[in-house]
Structures are given as structure tokens and as C-alpha cells.
Design a protein around this ligand. Structure first.
Ligand SMILES: Cc1cc2nc3c(=O)[nH]c(=O)nc-3n(C[C@H](O)[C@H](O)[C@H](O)COP(=O)(O)OP(=O)(O)OC[C@H]3O[C@@H](n4cnc5c(N)ncnc54)[C@H](O)[C@@H]3O)c2cc1C
Ligand SMILES: NC(=O)C1=CN([C@@H]2O[C@H](COP(=O)(O)OP(=O)(O)OC[C@H]3O[C@@H](n4cnc5c(N)ncnc54)[C@H](OP(=O)(O)O)[C@@H]3O)[C@@H](O)[C@H]2O)C=CC1
Length: 472
């Protein structure tokens, strides 16, 4: 067994692990650091642009792990998987038997797709996580005639938008699409893009503005995982794939789940998918885009506390229940008392923020300093692209956790923009900004400063009034 030692140990080469390494390189370049990564490619963030103080957009690429050595002269890279961690004696052992002694460790092992139940017995049910799974999906796409997509979050929305030349049956358990990210109004806004060409320059801008209340609007790695999770733009690889079947077709089936998937040998289609409403769909394969499971795929001398979602419970310093063991990214379950406008969603942004926070806290532990939680945890922010539109989500954008006690202010211009403000007691709690709204910074300020907007009434979203002037 080979043996190495380091002050800092980071496990996982996804965005959380790499950010942790990069931050430690800045905070403590003279100290020894080891990263254990199962893949020679790690994630790298570029083109960081700030829409506002906490609203950040960036690109994510694969890069050779060895390139990390350029930024950290004392970095050692172990190309292996963590097998066991002994938190009492502060040692970690990898699959091929390397023993690593550490002072502080950060677990960044990410997540794996949480698939529908029958996936265990059927190879035609696919999850999407990494480059390998996309390759398999591409192969199925180019030969398939009909696919069923299950789930109503980011991956399902992107697949529906990006795929062509195959029949798509999208099975969602909500009564509107893309429920993880948007509300029924925004879903309708997106669905117009299925019917109209959003690039049509002659579209008429009909403007609607209305104050809604809740009642009005809302119905109410593991060891086999060799590379990190994909991120923005992964679906572009799918855009040019067509098969011989011709026209694209999309059918959305609402308020149902998949009851069972059965393989058939002597049938036109190899799969029978039975839905909870009794309907039977025949198809070539099923995409299960049904969320993420934290990947705690190694053993411990002492089990740490887990969060409700199976992730490693971490406090505001990203430390687990075991001293000197930190965790960041999809594997972690945020278990502190959140600020009113923040909550956890497993996203690039949060993996990066947690990786950076963990590095600061690990450094503070080694140097006996105190560190406060980073400001970015004050406000939930997410910038993405859905159905070809820029989408910025801020704070409690869907009224999450606000009970029934909030108001919605909405402005929408079909095919152009959809703006939703969530207000409680006259103060902005969250916002959905779809399109080039240019309202990000103003919304960020209004949420963070909790300014009473009652005096402005509906003018806050009046397109003829430059609301920024009020606050200058
Ligand atoms: C298809 C897809 C599209 C996405 N699109 C977006 C998007 O548009 N915007 C967005 O914000 N987020 C997006 N996400 C989510 C985002 O990719 C994740 O939240 C983020 O990558 C998590 O980073 P991570 O570092 O925690 O985990 P991962 O990226 O999963 O990295 C974990 C790493 O740890 C390694 N590992 C696992 N176990 C071990 C072990 N025992 N020993 C050593 N190494 C190990 C893995 O091989 C991997 O390299 C998307 C996710 C998917 C799957
Ligand atoms: N543009 C972006 O920002 C993107 C982000 N991602 C991220 O990647 C990760 C994986 O994406 P994804 O898989 O789409 O996960 P998400 O968590 O975004 O969405 C999962 C969806 O599946 C539904 N679901 C869960 N279990 C079932 C089931 N048994 N039957 C039917 N529906 C079910 C969930 O419903 P319910 O909410 O009711 O549980 C939810 O609508 C997530 O962390 C996501 O945030 C992925 C792609 C794009």
C-alpha cells in the first residue's frame, strides 16, 4: 500500500471539488493538498460574468486534472476512487490501496441520477448525468422512433426542447411543464414556443399585467461513475440528431406517473410503459429525468449525520457532523437555518459556492481563524436557458415555503418576456425573469434590502416607467 500525506484532502473532480482546490490554492498555496479524482478530466469554470452582486453566469468545461497543478504548486493528484475514510485516525484509502493522511477533508463526490423503479431490471430506461450517459442516449436517439420522458425538471425540459425527429411522450406528475423551475404561467409562456417560432421578428407584443394571489394562479458516483455531471449546454450535442421518421411530435401527459415498464420481445416497440391512469404507451426507450441522489459511495469508520435527501448534512461552514470532515456540492445536504430567500437546489452555482465556502472553512480550521458564511447564501440565484430563453430565478421564485400568504405580480409579453414578482407584506421575496428583462440587479437589491414596495403599487412592473429611477 502506498502512503501519502497532506494538510488538505479533496475528493471528487466535479465543480465542487475543483472549486475547493482552486480556492485553497489562493488561500494556502504553500500547504500540501491532495485531490482524489476518478477521472482524468475535471470541471473548469470560465467566462464568469456577474449580472449583479450574487447573480453569476459562467461556462463549464472539461479540462485535464493535471492542469490544476499550474494553479497549486503543492497539489498531488490521485487518479482513483475513495473506498474508505477513517475519520478518527484521519486517513482515507482508495480503491487501489493508496492511503492518504490528512488534517481536513472535503467530500465532493456529487450525485447519481435517481431513476424510476423499473430501471433496475430494464436497460432501456436511461438516466443522464455524464458524458458516457449522453453517448448512450445519442445512440438510442438515432435509432429510436418513440421515447417516453419522465420527470418535470431541468433535464426533461432540455431534452424536450433539444431533440428532433423522434416522437416524444412527456409524462409529468404536475399539471404544467418544467415545474422545478417555473410556475404554470411561465410554463404556458414556454409552450407557445412549441407552436411559434420564437425568432419571428414580426411577433406582436401584447402586454398583460395583473396582480394575482395564490388562489388565482397556483393550483395549488457511485464507483461506476467516471466523470462529473454535465452542465449547461450539454443538450446541444443532441440538437443535430435526426432519424428517418421525419416530423417531430410531442405529446405531454399531465398528472400521471409511470406505474411499470415491461420489455416485449414480439411487439412493434420493445417497451410497454403503463401509466398510473391506466394508459399504455409503447416506445423504444424511456428517459428517467427524475432527480439526483447524493453519491456517498464509500465506507466510514463512524457514520455521519445524513440529511432528509440522503446527502451529508452540513452546517453553514460546510462541515459535516464529524469534525474536520467537510462536504460540498450535490453530495451535501444544506442543514443550517437558511436565510429567508435561500434554499438548496442541486446546481452548478451552488456546487461552486459550497466548494468555495468549504475551502474557506478548511483553511480557517488549519489556521485557527474564524470565518463567516459567504454572502452568496443570502439569496438563491440561478441563471439558465430553458426552451431558448434566458431564465433568471431569484429567491423564493415559486413562493417556496411562504405558505399561502403572498401575492404575485406578473407581466408577460408572449414570445418575448415573462416577469413574475413574488411579494409578501409588500416586500419582494422572489422573481422569475424570462427573456432579456434587464431587471436582475434591481430585483436582487429589492430582495436583499427588503424595501417596502407598497407605495409603488403596480408601477413596479409598468414597462413605461423606469423603476430603477425610484431607487437612484
Ligand atoms: C444533464 C445535466 C445537466 C445539468 N445542467 C445544469 C445547468 O444547466 N445548470 C446548473 O446549474 N446545473 C446543471 N446541472 C447540475 C450540475 O451539473 C450539478 O449540480 C453539479 O455538477 C454538481 O457538481 P458536484 O461537483 O457536486 O458533482 P459532480 O459533478 O457529480 O462531480 C462529482 C465527482 O466526484 C467523482 N466521484 C464520485 N465518487 C467518487 C469517489 N468515491 N472517489 C473519487 N471520486 C468520486 C465523480 O466521478 C465526479 O467526478 C446539470 C446536471 C446534469 C446531470
Ligand atoms: N438548466 C438547468 O439548470 C438544469 C439543471 N439540472 C440539474 O441537474 C439535476 C438533475 O436534473 P433532473 O433529473 O431534471 O432533476 P430535477 O430535480 O430538476 O427534476 C426532477 C423531476 O422529476 C420529478 N420526479 C421525481 N421522481 C419522479 C417519479 N418517480 N415519477 C415522475 N416524476 C418524478 C420531480 O418531481 P417533484 O418535484 O414533484 O419531486 C421533478 O419534476 C438537478 O439537480 C437539476 O437541477 C439539469 C438540467 C438542466
Amino acid at each position: 500500500m502506498s502512503e501519502i500525506g497532506a494538510k488538505y484532502l479533496v475528493v471528487g473532480g466535479g465543480i465542487a471539488g475543483v472549486t475547493c482546490v482552486e480556492s485553497l490554492a489562493i488561500l494556502h498555496p504553500e500547504e500540501s493538498l491532495v485531490i482524489v479524482t476518478a477521472s482524468s478530466l475535471v470541471k473548469n469554470v470560465t467566462n464568469v460574468s456577474f449580472y449583479a452582486k450574487t447573480i453569476v453566469k459562467f461556462d463549464v468545461h472539461d479540462t485535464e486534472a493535471a492542469s490544476l497543478q499550474k494553479i497549486h504548486p503543492n497539489l498531488k493528484i490521485v487518479y482513483d476512487s475513495l473506498k474508505h475514510i477513517d475519520t478518527t485516525n484521519k486517513t482515507a484509502v482508495t480503491e487501489s490501496g493508496t492511503l492518504i493522511k490528512y488534517d481536513v477533508v472535503c467530500i465532493c463526490t456529487g450525485g447519481i441520477p435517481r431513476l424510476i423503479a423499473d430501471a433496475r431490471k430494464c436497460k432501456r430506461i436511461l438516466g443522464i448525468r455524464d458524458t458516457e450517459s449522453v453517448e448512450e442516449f445519442k445512440e438510442k436517439l438515432s435509432n429510436g422512433r418513440r421515447m417516453v420522458i419522465v420527470g418535470n425538471g431541468g433535464i426533461a425540459s432540455e431534452i424536450v426542447h433539444a431533440t428532433r425527429g423522434i416522437q416524444k411522450i412527456w409524462v409529468v406528475r404536475d399539471d404544467y411543464i418544467s415545474a422545478t423551475f417555473v410556475d404554470p404561467g411561465a410554463a404556458e409562456f414556454f409552450q407557445n414556443t412549441f407552436k411559434h417560432n420564437s425568432n419571428d421578428k414580426n411577433r406582436s407584443s401584447i402586454l398583460k399585467r395583473h396582480v394575482f394571489t395564490e388562489e388565482d394562479t397556483l393550483v395549488s458516483i457511485n464507483k461506476n461513475l467516471k466523470s462529473a455531471a454535465l452542465g449547461p449546454d450539454w443538450y446541444r450535442k443532441l440538437e443535430n440528431i435526426r432519424n428517418e421518421t421525419g416530423e417531430q411530435e410531442l405529446q405531454i401527459i399531465y398528472k400521471v406517473e409511470v406505474e411499470s415498464v415491461i420489455e416485449r420481445n414480439n411487439s412493434e416497440y420493445p417497451l410497454d410503459v403503463k401509466l398510473t391512469d391506466g394508459k399504455l404507451i409503447q416506445c423504444d426507450f424511456v428517459i428517467s429525468a427524475t432527480g439526483v441522489e447524493p453519491a456517498v459511495n464509500f465506507s466510514w469508520d463512524i457514520e455521519p449525520v445524513y440529511g432528509k435527501d440522503g446527502g451529508l448534512a452540513v452546517n453553514e461552514q460546510q462541515e459535516t457532523s464529524i469534525k474536520d470532515v467537510f462536504a460540498a456540492g450535490d453530495v451535501a445536504c444544506a442543514s443550517w437555518d437558511f436565510s429567508p430567500q435561500w434554499f438548496q437546489l442541486r446546481l452548478w452555482t451552488q456546487a461552486r459556492q459550497m466548494g468555495s465556502m468549504a475551502a474557506k472553512a478548511m483553511h480557517a480550521r488549519i489556521t485557527n481563524e474564524e470565518v463567516l458564511q459567504d454572502f452568496c447564501f443570502e439569496l438563491f440565484t440561478h441563471c439558465t436557458t430553458l426552451f431558448g430563453y434566458r431564465v433568471v430565478l431569484l429567491g423564493k421564485y415559486n413562493g417556496q415555503g411562504l405558505d399561502q400568504d403572498y401575492e404575485i405580480l406578473l407581466r408577460t409579453t408572449p414570445n418575448l418576456e415573462y416577469i413574475k414578482f413574488v411579494l409578501k407584506n409588500g416586500k419582494l421575496q422572489g422573481a422569475i425573469l424570462i427573456g432579456e428583462t434587464d431587471l436582475e440587479e434591481m430585483c436582487e437589491n429589492l430582495i436583499l434590502d427588503q424595501i417596502d414596495l407598497t407605495p409603488f403599487g403596480d408601477d413596479i412592473l409598468n414597462p413605461d416607467i423606469d423603476i430603477d429611477d425610484y431607487f437612484d
